[in-house]
Design a protein around this ligand. Structure first.
Ligand code: BMA
Length: 369
């Protein structure tokens, strides 16, 4: 099966990097986006999966960067445990839409910018998600009290102009990163109904238009061509649910999904782990079908087990579940510095850190060298 998966991934990469003009025109210069596509393709072609961690460089389980301008950004819970930074670091833009100085988890945007630039300069990959507030109600991204929000931000809606201003602030931030390529993953987990852009909160057509409007604003209005666009519904969606909100091949470069392990406290580690492995594999099989058909790269855009109560979660649950699938990276969620139970990667002194060390040292897994 592996050979088939990698052959498919190779075809995808060729399709993604060879779309320049044909004929006598000289070949165009390689853009940062081309280089990032090539980097992701090489990962898949070599059969490796890059490890990613949300907010890795800006805080950890019991520390937080406070010197926004001068901190060398050399601290990392992941590095403290295994000696290497994660290959991928994720950040969240939630709050940028209001012009806030810090995001919804307290990360100053000036620090986020410097951390993203530093990580890319070290050879790493950066991905952005976005939990913007609810433009109609004034609540947060999880405010699902109205199913009129997506309609209201689309063209002709009463929040459209305000929302374009929100997109402008998001685009300003991406632009301020300079001449680098990043992955952008807006409007994620869109099959479930916990965000204002979720499944029961808008029609598939409205969702598609939201995604396309965002793409058009960033790409056409603002000329931000160095973004790899990631479409990432929540896992456990049927093929119909996954694809009926897909905005179209023109607007997407990477397909992913978010799936977490739940229920270990109630059902026991064994049962919760087995359920997670089964769900992950089922979703990865489906992801490979969509990605092959649409010629896209693939990733596990968010995953993890909060609190890591399973002492061998990395080597006996996560790794066996993902190792046969051609995803270029996976991202585990954040280690909150102000909520001791809310962590998804180990930290210095964590009792089960050795299992992560073994995972990070497995030849299948790519850390930042
Ligand atoms: C959630 C939690 C929240 C956080 C949000 C956005 O999964 O980690 O604490 O505010 O993501 O980062």
């Amino acid at each position: 099966m592996k050979r088939i998966l990698f052959a498919a991934a190779m075809a995808v990469a060729l399709a993604l990097v060879s779309c320049g003009p044909k004929g006598k025109t000289p070949p165009p210069m390689e853009t940062p986006k081309d280089a990032l596509v090539a980097q992701l393709f090489e990962l898949t072609a070599s059969g490796r999966i890059a490890y990613g961690h949300q907010d890795d460089l800006v805080y950890g389980h019991n520390w937080v960067v406070t010197d926004v301008e001068n901190d060398p950004l050399e601290r990392s819970d992941v590095k403290a445990v295994c000696g290497k930074y994660p290959m991928v670091v994720g950040f969240d833009l939630g709050g940028i839409e209001l012009g806030s100085e810090a995001n919804l988890d307290g990360v100053p945007f000036d620090l986020m910018r410097r951390a993203a630039q530093t990580h890319i300069a070290r050879g790493g990959i950066v991905t952005f998600s976005w939990h913007p507030r609810n433009p109609l109600t004034g609540g947060d991204a999880w405010d699902i009290s109205s199913d009129e929000v997506v309609r209201a931000v689309l063209e002709g809606g009463e929040c459209h102009d305000q929302f374009i201003g929100w997109l402008r602030r998001g685009a300003d931030f991406i632009e301020s990163l300079g001449d680098v390529a990043v992955i952008f993953r807006p409007w994620h987990e869109n099959v479930g109904s916990w965000f204002w852009w979720g499944g029961r909160l808008c029609t598939p057509e409205q969702y598609q238009e939201l995604y396309r409007m965002t793409w058009r604003y960033f790409t056409l209005e603002r000329g931000l061509g160095n973004i790899l666009w990631c479409y990432s519904p929540n896992g456990n969606s049927t093929p119909k649910e996954y694809m009926e909100r897909y905005p179209g091949d023109e607007f997407v470069d990477i397909l992913g999904f978010d799936t977490y392990e739940y229920g270990a406290a109630e059902d026991g580690i064994g049962e919760a782990g087995a359920r997670y492995i089964a769900e992950l594999k089922d979703n990865l099989v489906k992801l490979n079908v969509y990605a092959t058909e649409h010629q896209k790269l693939q990733c596990l855009s968010e995953t993890g087990m909060e609190g890591l109560a399973d002492p061998s979660w990395w080597t006996e649950t996560l790794l066996p579940a993902i190792q046969d699938y051609p995803i270029c990276y996976l991202l585990t969620w954040r280690n909150a510095h102000d909520k001791p139970e809310h962590f998804y990667a180990p930290w210095e002194g964590f009792e089960n850190a050795g299992d992560f060390k073994a995972f990070a040292g497995n030849p299948k897994i790519k850390m930042l060298d």
